[in-house]
Design a protein around this ligand. Structure first.
Ligand code: SIN
Length: 279
């Protein structure tokens, strides 16, 4: 089996993987170790990788099956199934920073992606970190009364909620046509591999909580978000060239930071992996 190390980055979230070259075949033993580490640490940072778009696609599949993005038009030229995030897009005079507020990915799907992954291609000279918050720990720390109040509640997740804290860039006709029906997901889900409960929140896409007046739903979501985004639950990833980061959407929320000089480019390849119906 290949020799490599996995070192925790905090005592709750994130681990660094050093010593593997994912452009080479990864054997079954290493795959099993990585998959256990992913379920335990929720964010894996694979250092010193060098990928072209096809190599990135092959590497991502070590962890699962690719799930297409909703926004078909945002892909690497010549690679329709490799997506990207960048700070290049300006709509109505406003720069779009994909992923600028805390969220979990594509929760508007009946089966949201289990994981999302980014590979750094161009980075600003400082800033542009990605923040992750641990939704298992956030759930565990809730008062018993809150757990009882939210266990069993379900939310409707649409492409963009009318209450979203930020505008998503628009979809073209083809992408809109391909949207799945909205997802109806529990506020508390159980991770199928580590068995832990987690809050499952996404203010960008949560349109309502089933059976609750919108005003009450918004106030509950706000209370849970304030709790879950406390610094004690956070791993903040400072990007380096060579970083390939994979996160578990069932365990963490994440957000991008627009805190750098926008004359510098930030451009990362992005893929997602298929997940299951949240339960
Ligand atoms: C995203 O939400 O996928 C973007 C995260 C980032 O650009 O740091």
């Amino acid at each position: 089996m290949a020799s490599f190390t996995i070192t925790p980055l905090t005592d709750h979230t994130g681990a660094e993987v050093v010593g593997l070259d994912f452009t080479q075949p990864i054997d079954a033993g290493a795959r099993a170790t990585l998959s256990r580490a992913f379920a335990e640490h929720h964010v894996l940072v694979m250092r010193d990788q060098h990928f072209d778009p096809d190599q990135f696609k092959t590497a991502a599949q070590v962890f699962g099956e690719l799930q297409p993005h909703d926004k078909k038009e945002r892909h690497v030229p010549g690679h329709p199934d490799v997506y990207f995030v960048s700070n290049d897009e300006i709509v109505n005079g406003k720069r779009i920073i994909p992923g600028e507020t805390f969220h979990t990915d594509h929760s508007n799907h009946p089966r949201p992606p289990k994981a999302t992954t980014l590979f750094a291609v161009e980075l600003p000279s400082s800033g542009g970190d990605t923040q992750y918050v641990n939704m298992h720990d956030a759930y565990d720390d809730l008062p018993e009364s809150t757990k009882q109040r939210i266990d069993g509640l379900k939310a409707l997740h649409v492409y963009q909620s009318k209450y979203s804290p930020r505008a998503l860039s628009g979809l073209n006709e083809e992408s809109r046509r391909n949207l799945p029906p909205p997802g109806v997901h529990p506020l508390v889900r159980t991770h199928p591999e580590n068995g832990r409960k987690a809050l499952f929140l996404n203010p960008v896409r949560m349109e309502s909580i089933v059976g609750m007046a919108d005003e009450d739903a918004l106030s509950l979501i706000d209370e849970l978000m304030r709790h879950a985004t406390q610094k004690k639950y956070e791993y903040r990833h400072q990007w380096r060239y060579g970083d390939w980061v994979l996160w578990d959407n069932r365990s963490v929320m994440h957000q991008a930071n627009p805190d750098y000089d926008m004359r510098e480019r930030r451009y990362l390849y992005r893929l997602m992996l298929k997940g299951e119906v949240p339960a």
